[in-house]
Design a protein around this ligand. Sequence first.
Ligand SMILES: NC(=O)c1ccc[n+]([C@@H]2O[C@H](COP(=O)([O-])OP(=O)(O)OC[C@H]3O[C@@H](n4cnc5c(N)ncnc54)[C@H](OP(=O)(O)O)[C@@H]3O)[C@@H](O)[C@H]2O)c1
Length: 235
Amino acid sequence: MSEPRTALVTGGARGIGAEICRQLADRGLRVLVGARKREAAEEVCRAIGPAALPLALDVGSPLSVTEAVREAGELLGGGGIDVLVNNAGVSLDGEMRPPYLDEEVLLSTLDVNLLGAWRVAEAVVPGMVRAGYGRVVNLTSSYGSLALMDSGRHPAYRVSKTALNALTRMLAGELAGTGVLVNAADPGWTRSGMGGAAAPRGPEEGADTPVWLATLPEGDGTTGGLFAERRPLPW
Ligand SMILES: NC(=O)c1ccc[n+]([C@@H]2O[C@H](COP(=O)([O-])OP(=O)(O)OC[C@H]3O[C@@H](n4cnc5c(N)ncnc54)[C@H](OP(=O)(O)O)[C@@H]3O)[C@@H](O)[C@H]2O)c1
């Protein structure tokens, strides 16, 4: 039997991320559950079973990213990371809207939502290219779609997701023909710490499109796309 594929999910200890971990393990993948607090990741791993391994990972810290990828190498005993789900995200906006700028909120949001995903991709994608196989899924939001942008609500969050969409396109272009597929997934308004209790979708539904993109079969050419409910969404 061939080795199972290995996925790294950032922000995997709660919300949509924890559900993505569960669903990927259900599909037979080995899952590295990334979380800022190792104990939180361990708890999710206990619930999932032996397919899940905890990994301390703060995507806001370049040092933590380097250390986590080194630890992942040890845990995997030479095997690599085949699937990266950049799920970790923050929504820090208050009521302030353009033209007013809360610089601190904007920079903190970009640090996690854009740079966090970029840092982990930088650490993980070269291994995928060497292996000739990879799936990268960036958790974005319809709030980041320029085509749908109609107000200045949640400005830092929106700009961060628009920028993450741009990273998705650039990375997909750079990796064309390597076997590494890169896509963005909008989970929809989902019940979680960020989405709140009133959201219409449960975590199972929120995780569906990201998991679909993370497990695109060999030979599938879907890359450089933005999807919600498994259907294209305008950029
Ligand atoms: N829920 C929605 O309605 C919705 C809609 C559209 C898009 N999204 C996107 O979906 C993704 C998951 O959101 P969610 O609803 O599950 O949010 P959530 O419940 O607030 O969870 C956010 C996750 O991100 C992690 N995180 C935050 N900063 C981090 C950092 N510096 N390093 C590592 N992990 C960090 C959190 O870890 P800690 O436990 O350590 O804080 C947590 O696991 C996000 O990218 C979000 O923007 C959500």
